[in-house]
Design a binder for this molecule. Structure first.
Ligand code: GLA
Length: 368
């Protein structure tokens, strides 16, 4: 028996850095996937990838961190599953991927969710989606050191074809919204920037948000349990005590949540132009208030603003590299890329990589 898992990447229409603040996000799954083929083995476990990386180990030896970053996703997942069932079966896993890594489209969560699904089936561990989300988040927190939220995993597990998920990260309530974009497409442009800053600054934002919440609760004598619940009046009452940086962070979260709700409404009513405007606003918030953009992302968004075929663009994901997401007329895609790619290369000595994102179904499993 072989188990084939198809685990997709994640696109986020709008709602960035709101997930770990109990706020709204609006993601969908991508039609690019990591494919994992599992088989039970009696002696050793091994994982082979089409990128040429491979590893082997005995599943029942004690966990030890690896110096090869990607191996820790596998070892961390195995170790988390051992907390549920102490003796696991050895396995082989062949991995093929059409999902670029380090592009901010969640290849790491796609990998971890795929590993958890496959290994739980091999070992007869019954897990529901929220247990998989928690396990996967633990892997990123404990073994990789990035204190991410749940947007990526939730999307990978629950996405539907051609649908966006309006998700309230406080209670995981969802509303699926048809992404009928007519002559428009979602175009991702990978900056190919891989900043080391990404994980340290990400964790810094998480702690700045926690700190802001504490200050607001103290100043307002309130018991908000996350930053997304904070009312505008309390935000302004706390402005002085928060100081400039924390006030910027907290007001970004306030505004981004509002933008997500408005966006969902616009998309339900086919108001693409209005939604596009909010994408540009979201980018400005991420650049100036949340301060997670970089010059390459800003350049691509500025160029998008100048293009008549583009209704909206912004940086997507954690920031400091990765992709922009553009709402662009299909007929304008080639011209836009042709027009900017040389300037991008001469400015940053990097090649940009366009990806047309078709909203697709979440994780798929087949037993062969
Ligand atoms: C990364 C994290 C997500 C989310 C985004 C920013 O992708 O994994 O949980 O916080 O950044 O919106």
């Amino acid at each position: 028996m072989k188990i084939h898992i198809k685990s997709p990447g994640r696109v986020n229409l709008i709602g960035e850095h709101t997930d770990y603040n109990g706020g709204y996000v609006f993601p969908c799954a991508l039609d690019l996937t990591i494919d994992l083929l599992f088989e039970k083995k009696s002696k050793e476990s091994y994982v082979n990838t089409d990128l040429g990386y491979s590893m082997s180990f005995d599943i029942n030896t004690a966990y030890k961190k690896s110096n090869n970053h990607w191996e820790n996703y596998v070892l961390g997942t195995v170790n988390e599953l051992k907390q549920i069932k102490s003796k696991l079966s050895n396995f082989s896993c062949l991995i093929k991927s059409t999902l670029p890594s380090g592009a901010g489209i969640s290849s790491s969560s796609a990998l971890v969710c795929g590993l958890i699904k496959g290994l739980s089936i091999i070992n007869n561990i019954d897990l529901n989606n929220s247990e998989i989300i928690n396990l996967s988040r633990n892997v990123e927190h404990k073994y990789i050191g990035v204190l991410g939220g749940i947007m990526d995993q939730f999307t990978i597990l629950n996405a539907k074809k051609n649908m966006g998920i309006l998700l309230d990260c406080e209670n995981l309530k969802t509303k699926y919204i048809n992404l009928d974009l007519g002559e428009y497409k979602l175009l991702l442009i990978d900056t190919n920037v891989k900043h080391n800053l990404a994980s340290t600054e990400y964790n810094k934002r998480v702690s700045e948000c926690k700190q802001s919440l504490k200050i607001i609760n103290r100043v307002c004598n309130s018991i908000y349990s996350n930053l997304s619940q904070v009312k505008e009046i309390d935000l302004s009452l706390s402005k002085n005590k928060l100081g400039q940086t924390l006030y910027k962070r907290a007001s970004y979260i306030f505004n981004e949540n509002k933008r997500v709700m408005k966006s969902a409404n616009f998309l339900e009513n086919n108001k693409l132009k209005e939604f596009g405007q909010l994408m540009f606003e979201s980018h400005l918030g991420l650049k100036n208030d949340y301060q997670v953009s970089c010059k390459e992302l800003d350049f691509l968004v500025e160029k998008a603003k100048e293009n008549d075929g583009i209704l909206g663009a912004r940086m997507m994901g954690g920031g400091f590299g990765g992709c922009t997401i553009n709402l662009i007329k299909e007929s304008s895609i080639n011209k836009f890329i042709e027009a900017i790619k040389e300037e991008y290369f001469s400015k940053f000595a990097l090649t940009l990589n366009p990806i047309i994102a078709n909203p697709d179904i979440g994780i798929q499993m087949k037993i062969i």
